[in-house]
Design a protein around this ligand. Structure first.
Ligand code: 5RP
Length: 222
């Protein structure tokens, strides 16, 4: 199977976790895009979704899924999202798609986090994938210097057009390379405490509850 087929396989496996869930929390990314496409087939069975990005909102609205503002709903029963890396302890590194802050908010407001990944995303130690850190633009250089002190090499995320990537929250993203993240909870707290940081892509304080791994012949559940 190709990586995209593995993503589709694991996205389909997540459907059983949203049975009888009235409002579904929906993440962002190519794996989640498959999940949204599967939701189209069962859209009559739930009221709608809370979205973690403009991209997911547009995709859901296009196929007739109602998207609620998080402020309109109470706690969400289930949140389904992908990850760039996930450990056996269910800590994740996320934000490759630039939606980390809203993903973290919707995840925090959800009772259950179902992480859907293909088998290439499983790691023992986080950090091979550069860690996204969303920053208020005026703090970019200061935060970058703080990242160097932590042993990382920050690179400002750019678009294909050669201009800084701007998040849904009108902020910029530093992708921090070469961090060896042995204590993800401690590093998440440290980075999130730096003035100017909106949030970093470590999802360790609130990790996943269930990790589904698309592995071709089967879907592994952790
Ligand atoms: C977006 C994310 C995604 O979940 C993560 O980047 C994985 O993406 P994909 O499913 O495309 O591999 O955190 O901000």
């Amino acid at each position: 199977m190709t990586q995209d087929e593995l993503k589709r396989q694991v996205a389909e496996a997540a459907l059983k976790y949203v049975k009888d869930v009235p409002i579904i929390g929906v993440g962002t990314g190519s794996t989640v895009n498959h999940f949204i496409d599967f939701l189209a087939d069962i859209k009559q069975d739930f009221e709608g979704a809370v979205s973690s990005s403009r991209m997911s909102t547009e995709r859901m609205q296009k196929i007739g899924i109602r998207v609620f503002d998080l402020n309109e709903v109470g706690d969400i029963e289930v949140y389904v999202d992908g990850a760039d890396e996930v450990t056996p302890h269910k800590a994740m590194l996320k934000g490759g798609g630039g939606a980390l802050t809203r993903e973290k908010i919707v995840a925090a407001a959800s009772k259950k986090f179902i992480c859907i990944v293909d088998e290439t995303k499983t790691v023992d130690v986080l950090g091979k994938f550069p860690l996204p850190v969303e920053v208020i633009p005026m703090s970019r250089s200061y935060v970058a210097r703080e990242m160097v002190k932590l042993g990382g090499q920050p690179v400002l995320r750019m678009t294909k057009e050669g201009v800084p990537f701007i998040s849904d929250n009108h902020c910029e993203i530093l992708d921090v390379h070469n961090l060896n993240i042995l204590d993800p909870i401690a590093l998440e707290k440290t980075i999130n405490n730096i003035p100017g940081v909106i949030t970093c892509g470590l999802f360790a304080m609130r990790g996943a509850d269930v990790v589904l791994i698309g592995a071709g012949d089967k879907v592994i559940t952790r």
